[in-house]
Design a protein around this ligand. Structure first.
Ligand code: CA
Length: 230
């Protein structure tokens, strides 16, 4: 049974969240202020922490930072203000997700479940070598978590888009033909042809390039293929 810690000073909200999580078979503890929350988070092994931003004692920023220094537990931060969410993102405190109040308890449960599933996949695959983050200028690729950020903003990629982008970014300044890329990323017997590569490059550019017509990352080498500019 997964254990969740809710750090929330508004008792009614904390109780509601607890009820819904318990209905989904989670075990739930509540801490009513930042100091107690931090203590509980560090002394126990929770599977996920729901952390409110505005808290007496110690605010969510500090608590998040402090937990993140010692624990790898997923942290879901909640705040009543959209501006605060942007601030949390900007600070890079290591929270895994953000929710703006008010949210429905069932949305909270859905997010919690999604994070636990993702975290489990992640920890199961951690026999692989570490240092799987590629950073090139404003582009950050986390290979283990299969997540991509552009200037701090997370972008969503399909499996093949992610594989293609990662392959190019790991082999910068090398010109690949569409044929080579197709063979590298797609299975021998997958349906499609090298036009698939062009379509995927276009999609990737729309997500990572400031101006797709004037790409800063993936260059087109006319008549040959593509090159990731280092
Ligand atoms: Ca609060």
């Amino acid at each position: 049974m997964s254990k969740i810690l809710i750090i929330e000073d508004e008792e009614a909200i904390a109780d509601l969240e607890k009820d819904y999580l318990e209905l989904s078979d989670f075990k739930v503890d509540i801490a009513g202020d930042g100091i107690d929350g931090e203590k509980k988070a560090l002394e126990n092994d929770y599977d996920l922490i729901v952390l409110d931003l505005m808290l007496p004692g110690k605010d969510g920023f500090e608590v998040c930072k402090s937990i993140r220094e010692k624990k790898n537990v997923p942290i879901l931060m909640v705040s009543a203000k959209k501006d605060d969410i942007d601030k949390i993102r900007g600070l890079g405190l290591g929270a895994d997700d953000y929710m703006t109040k008010p949210f429905s308890p069932s949305e909270l449960v859905a997010r919690v479940k999604a994070h636990l599933a993702r975290y489990e996949r992640l920890t199961n695959s951690q026999a692989k070598p570490r240092n799987t983050v590629i950073e090139i200028r404003g582009l950050k690729i986390d290979k283990t978590a299969r997540r991509v950020w552009v200037d701090g903003e997370e972008k969503q990629f399909t499996t093949k888009e992610f594989d293609l982008l990662t392959f190019l970014a790991e082999n910068p300044n090398h010109v690949y033909t569409k044929d080579e890329l197709f063979r590298e990323i797609w299975d021998m017997d997958s349906i499609g042809d090298i036009a698939t590569v062009t379509v995927h490059i276009k999609k990737i550019r729309e997500k990572i390039e400031f101006d797709s017509a004037n790409p800063q990352y993936i260059e087109t080498i006319w008549g040959v293929g593509y090159r990731f500019k280092m």
